[in-house]
Design a protein. Structure first.
Length: 352
């Protein structure tokens, strides 16, 4: 019996030395270190980031993703519903308006990550509740085999241009970056002008689709000549050799400018695993992760000027940007839900 106990003890010590879970004196297994991340970034882009964090730290990442239709809003509502008993540690949002809404609702805790020290102030919450990184631009994806020469779209207003009737597509403005885009337009040009534009593009037979991904697929396949989407969806289509190009809208002098939307990351208030949550936030905000997202299929644009980017990627300084205060734009979200004209059904798929 003594020999068996000694062997068992040696085995447990060996497992512990190897970093594995061991039995406690109460007979229960030691809990595995983990961090629960609610992630709005597409799974295909975030997965390798999670895997590398696990390899480097030994902390398991338990991700929860959303879907194309409820993008960001679904996870935001979930965090609000769980406020009394949080399940998430970190909210990794692929935009920023919903992050501001969670801050305003008291669902997030302040954490000033040392990794964010060199991120420009415009991309950081002044109260230290969240930081932004790895941005995307809202561009017009154009099918190069559609449309007359010299008739390439150049502005957000072109979706409602009668000479382009039936040529364009956009996602429903209820979630994701399209909702963010509309909140920004509400703040910058006003709800009246934005709603009038949205009604006009519907009358212009602009397709209203489920998300940015479907918009990109319809354009790349030639069913629509152009559509509003994000640079990550466009870049995937480009890498897959579809006949597409990106037009950064409203770049002329005096133009509205192109909307650039960053990822944002924050610590959930009452996070079950706060220490490991902060480790993950530090990792996600590192220059290395920004570089990897820039060179990956999603082609995210670094918010730091000194982070290396692949050939052909526009840096922030090369884009005439739409000037926006995201904190003010976030206050427009409820108005958007109430005032956007009733969504038209998606336009029927056109034959090539």
């Amino acid at each position: 019996m003594i020999r068996l106990l000694r062997s068992a003890t040696l085995l447990l010590l060996a497992v512990a030395a190897a970093g594995g879970s061991v039995l406690t004196t109460s007979g229960c297994a030691e809990q595995r270190r983990e961090v629960v991340v609610y992630c709005a970034l597409d799974q295909e882009f975030a997965a390798t980031i999670f895997e590398d964090f696990e390899r480097q730290t030994g902390v398991h990442v338990e991700p929860q993703f959303d879907d194309e239709v409820t993008k960001t809003v679904g996870l935001t509502n979930r965090i609000k519903l769980e406020k009394g008993r949080p399940r998430a540690d970190v909210f990794w949002n692929n935009e920023v308006v919903q992050t501001v809404r969670l801050k305003n609702a008291g669902c997030l805790d302040a954490y000033r990550s040392p990794s964010a020290a060199d991120i420009p102030d415009e991309w950081k919450d002044p109260d230290g509740v969240f930081a932004c990184f790895a941005a995307r631009a809202r561009i017009l994806a154009v099918n190069t085999k559609r449309g007359a020469p010299g008739h390439e779209p150049r502005s957000w207003l072109d979706l409602a241009d009668p000479t382009r009737k039936g040529e364009a597509a956009i996602a429903k403005p209820v979630a994701g970056t399209t909702a963010t885009h509309f909140c920004v337009l509400y703040e910058v040009v006003g709800a009246g002008k934005t709603n009038a534009w949205y009604a006009a593009l519907q009358k212009n037979d602009c397709a209203i689709l489920a998300g940015n991904g479907p918009v990109m697929r319809e354009v790349r396949d030639g069913r629509y000549a152009f559509g509003f989407t994000d640079t990550d969806d466009f870049n995937v289509a480009r890498l897959d050799d579809y006949p597409v190009k990106a037009v950064y809208p409203d770049q002329d002098e005096g133009g509205l400018g192109c909307l650039v939307i960053p990822n944002s990351i924050a610590l959930v208030k009452g996070a079950p695993h706060p220490d490991d949550a902060k480790k993950f936030i530090d990792y996600a905000l590192s220059k290395d992760v920004e570089k990897r997202l820039a060179f990956g299929r999603s082609a995210q644009i670094p918010v730091r000027a000194d982070v290396e980017t692949p050939p052909g990627m526009k840096k922030l300084g090369e884009i005439r940007r739409l000037k926006v205060d995201f904190a003010k734009a976030a206050l427009q979200f409820e108005k958007l839900q109430d005032q956007v004209p009733e969504l038209a059904p998606a336009a029927p798929t056109k034959p090539k």
